[in-house]
Ligand binder design. Structure first.
Ligand code: BES
Ligand code: ZN
Ligand code: ZN
Length: 496
């Protein structure tokens, strides 16, 4: 779809469909819909007063203009209660309207962007584009039948009245495109099966991003990882025939600044290994690389937005499979940090590969390390699938993440990492075990990781809940969500 800005106003602009938003009645009409109503001799007011359109959140109603306006059709779209309006609702409303237009096979629409409740045209345009593109996202790559039935909107025109408005809308569109393309890339990576998205494919993707954006990229194979001493990463990778990759991307517009390192769990398929998982829903473990996908998305967006930062993205990528060469419960692994780990479950593989990746990240003397991982089923038990578990060792970094979370609507909730939890992973034969009790499972995952970041400010985001969903949400079709990408981008844009 092409999205562009044009000079114009709703009541004068010709289009296949004019999209008009309104708050829930009895709120009086305001903004473009009010002007259109006047132009249309109060027709919209009549419809609303009759109770045929209430403006409830995500409500859509189509009208034919019969020549009363330059546009052929009008879609009334509800924003819900005025006092509850925020950008999250706006993204949802843009998505729902977009889905409605697409499903009605209408190919083109126009919408006038005008400041609402103190939000600027730039913010509204960015969030409109984001909600729209994330809402109409479809993963069709592997469908070969009836491809002609795949519906697409071809063009969206965002109207601005004045030169300044147009400038702000343009800016918002550009940012919204960068953000949503990064999220859609992350979704594609999570939705694609593990026979397509192998560790090598992740490395290739990193290479493409690096090439397009002029980033540094380095990829180690298993031999190099072994020679470096990444005993935990290597142990997980050994069970698979698919070559493991340790991927590093670097973007440096930070002018001598110590980097922020983003680390993403890149398990391209998690069978559990010798501690094999039950078959039910095991197919969803193709998305166990969602942390890696978020890191790739954030690196791509940060460089496209030319953020004045020094960023390093690190992705340990491997499958976790059982085989004659696979690591086993009881094995003791020597991590890159020198610390040893007794394997209790080969299904707690994420923390093992992350342990080595976190240790590796310290070579950059980072001012902050943020890891994203579909680490535990336990975080889903604790917080459900709307929320990211937030852990860390640094108050101000955690606050920064929470602020970004509030702006993006990607919810985070803090869980503690008190020293007492460490007792659960004490081992009789090694420095720690990779598994503690079932109780506090998400925290134990976090406590384990904390042993590999020394004193560096660090945040761990357990995205196991929202990374892959079974029921659609306002601007998240079911499947891979690309969670974390918008959170990271917001955090990086606001970094000071
Ligand atoms: N990839 C899983 C966690 C997961 C579960 C992600 C559900 C998304 C949805 C992880 O590697 C895992 O298997 N964790 C174990 C840890 C346990 C053995 C301590 C778990 O959560 O059961
Ligand atoms: Zn696992
Ligand atoms: Zn896993």
């Amino acid at each position: 779809m092409e999205i562009r800005v044009e000079k114009g106003v709703a009541e004068k602009h010709p289009s296949e469909l004019l999209l008009l938003f309104s708050f829930e009645s009895p709120e009086p009409l305001e903004g473009p819909i009010k002007v259109v109503d006047r132009e249309w001799k109060g027709f919209l007011s009549t419809i609303i007063n009759q109770g045929d359109f209430k403006g409830e959140l995500f409500q859509c109603r189509l009208l034919h203009t019969q020549g009363a306006l330059p546009s052929k059709r009008v879609l009334l779209a509800g924003l819900g209660k005025k006092e509850e309006f925020d950008l999250e609702k706006w993204r949802g409303a843009a998505s729902k309207a977009g889905q409605w237009i697409r499903d009605s096979e209408i190919k083109q629409f126009a919408v006038q962007i005008r400041s609402i409740r103190g939000f600027s045209e730039e913010e509204l345009a960015e969030s409109f584009v984001t909600g729209l593109l994330l809402g109409i996202y479809q993963f069709n790559e592997f469908k070969t039948l009836e491809r002609e039935k795949i519906r697409r909107i071809e063009e969206a025109v965002l109207l601005g009245e004045t030169g300044e408005e147009i400038g702000r809308i343009k800016q918002g569109i550009d940012q919204g495109l960068v953000i949503s393309e990064a999220v859609c890339m992350a979704r594609d990576l999570a939705n694609a099966p593990s026979n397509r998205i192998t560790p090598s494919a992740l490395a290739e993707k990193a290479g493409e991003i690096a090439k397009d954006q002029g980033l540094g990229v380095e990829v180690f194979g298993l031999n190099e990882a072994e020679a470096m001493g990444m005993g935990a990463f290597v142990a997980v990778a050994k069970g698979s025939q698919e070559p493991a990759k340790f991927i590093i991307l670097e973007y440096n517009q930070g002018k001598g600044m110590d980097p922020i390192v983003l680390v993403g769990k890149g398990i391209t398929f998690d069978s559990g290994g010798i501690s094999i998982k039950p078959a039910d829903r095991m197919e969803q473990m193709k998305a166990d690389m969602s942390g890696a996908a978020a890191v790739l998305g954030a690196m791509q967006a940060a460089s496209r937005l030319q953020l004045p930062l020094h960023l390093v993205g690190i992705i340990p990528a491997t499958e976790n499979l059982p085989s004659g060469k696979a690591y086993k419960p009881g094995d003791v692994l020597k991590t890159l940090s020198g610390q040893t780990v007794e394997v209790i479950s080969t299904d707690a593989e994420g923390r093992l590969i992350l342990a080595d990746a976190l240790t590796y990240s310290l070579r950059y003397k980072p001012k902050a390390v943020i890891d994203l991982a579909t680490l535990t089923g336990a975080v889903v038990i604790a917080l459900g699938d709307y929320v990211i578990g937030l852990f860390g060792n640094n108050e101000s970094l955690q606050k920064t993440v929470e602020e970004a979370s509030q702006k993006t609507g990607e919810k985070v909730w803090r869980l503690p990492l008190w020293d007492e939890y460490f007792d659960y992973i004490k081992s009789d034969v090694a420095d720690f075990k990779n598994v503690g009790t079932r109780a506090a499972g998400a925290i134990i995952g976090g406590i384990f990781l904390s042993k590999f970041v020394e004193k560096t400010p660090w945040v761990h985001l357990d995205i196991a809940g929202p990374a892959f969903i079974e029921k659609e949400r306002p601007f998240m079709p079911k499947g891979g969500t690309g969670i974390g990408v918008r959170l990271l981008i917001q955090l990086l844009r606001d970094w000071r």
